[in-house]
Design a binder for this molecule. Structure first.
Ligand SMILES: Cc1ncc(C[n+]2csc(CCOP(=O)(O)OP(=O)(O)O)c2C)c(N)n1
Ligand SMILES: [Mg+2]
Length: 379
């Protein structure tokens, strides 16, 4: 617990969530859930400052990506704006041995895993597959087929058990990221069933950002999403996804339960997608401005900044320095994205199958002939 004031320990109100930092930047000492678990964090001043740095950096890099897309330098971008705390809190809660399975929006978790932030840009610029070494960083490739990564994670977690790497406090745990919309996919149901009955070391981390493209939450569920876990026989917990401290505490506890043999947990990180679904989407067509405004007041960064200021953990100089460093990182990223070499068009056919296929070979040949037909024509 940081120095200074705090609100005393509290229980989660009905329909509420675990919150350790209010939107005004007040610390709640600890929160106890209905099953008697108490959540709290005990960070040093330096650790609080580092969390703030993470939040600002991932937002700044995301802003740069949105700008690059608007300038025609990326084909598409899926912004994480508003979801920084859910991603940094859970990403920093992972221990080095834990394996993460992301969607296409987990740029903040990717950053926390120590992956060079340039990595996904090849994918979004269309010049490579956006590949990083999933095993080295314990962070799988981005997955666009909604919900499918929950099954990949489930199989991986069953493998962790088979390898005997679970059942102890230093065991391995797995985390699967997905959205509110993904909970309507059959795959997610299957992942919950298999993980439940095999008591697998997995945490299902749902970022409920209130929308699946234009479909609001009420088109996905009649009950709060975290309550679905009960039907599969494992605990579900809702956390304030705009609160980096609560997200960290809840994810850390769930991962530690998983690694020590207590099976899965479903975490619903209650948050909001402040931007468009992707750069191809116009959210003004399906949601009203006042809703977006009401979530601005719950911003994950400003509440941590308010806390750091009130508790005298950081001063103006620190905030300026964090902004300057994040700006520099964003500008470096921009330069490196612009310098990414364009692949030969025929490379489109590489990597479709690991060992090739006659059909792809035929398509490549046809494409090569087509390209050659332009040679010398000035096109
Ligand atoms: C199987 C499948 N169906 C449909 C799509 C098209 N699609 C892309 S994103 C998306 C919505 C996902 O919403 P959610 O799970 O809430 O994640 P969010 O984008 O909000 O992070 C859909 C339907 C897809 N990629 N895969
Ligand atoms: Mg969503």
């Amino acid at each position: 617990m940081a120095k200074g004031e705090s609100v005393a320990g509290t229980d989660i109100p009905p329909g509420g969530f675990v919150q350790l930092l209010t939107p005004d930047g007040e610390r709640v000492d600890s929160v106890t859930s209905a099953d008697g678990t108490t959540y709290s964090v005990d960070f040093t001043d330096e650790e609080y400052r580092e969390l703030y740095r993470d939040l600002v950096t991932v937002r700044r890099l995301d802003t740069e990506a949105v700008a690059l897309q608007r300038q025609g330098e990326l084909g598409i971008w899926a912004s994480l704006l508003g979801q920084e705390a859910a991603q940094v809190g859970s990403g920093r809660a992972l221990r080095p041995q834990d394996m993460a399975f992301p969607t296409y929006r987990e740029h903040g978790v990717l950053y926390c895993r120590g992956i060079d932030p340039i990595m996904p840009f090849g994918l979004f610029r269309g010049v490579d597959q956006g590949g990083w070494d999933a095993n080295e960083f314990k962070f799988n490739q981005y997955t666009i087929v909604i919900g499918s990564q929950t099954l990949h994670a489930t199989g991986y977690a069953m493998g962790v058990t088979m390898d005997g790497k679970t059942g102890s406090t230093d065991g391995e745990a797995v985390i699967a990221y997905f959205g509110d919309g993904a909970t309507s996919q059959g795959e997610v149901n299957e992942a919950f069933v298999w993980s439940g009955v095999f008591n697998s070391p997995i945490v299902f981390f749902c970022q409920n950002n209130q929308y699946a493209i234009s479909e609001p939450l009420e088109r996905q569920t009649r009950v709060p999403l975290y309550q679905r876990a009960g039907g599969y026989g494992f605990p579900g917990i809702r956390v304030d996804g705009n609160d980096v401290l609560a997200t960290y505490a809840v994810t850390r506890a769930a991962l530690d339960n998983a690694r020590s043999g207590q099976g899965p947990t479903l975490i619903e990180a209650y948050t909001y997608r402040m931007g468009a679904h992707t750069s191809s989407d116009d959210p003004t067509r399906y949601r009203i401005a006042s809703e977006v405004e009401s979530w601005k007041a719950k911003d994950p960064i400003s509440r941590l900044r308010a806390f750091l200021t009130k508790q005298k953990i950081a001063k103006k100089d620190f905030f300026t320095e964090v902004d300057d460093v994040a700006n520099q990182k964003a500008l470096d990223l921009r330069e490196r994205v612009l310098a990414m070499p364009d692949p030969e068009p025929v490379a489109l056919f590489d990597h479709v199958y690991p060992n090739g296929s006659p059909e792809i070979d035929a398509q490549r040949d046809a494409f090569t002939r087509y390209q050659a037909s332009f040679e010398g024509s000035g096109h």
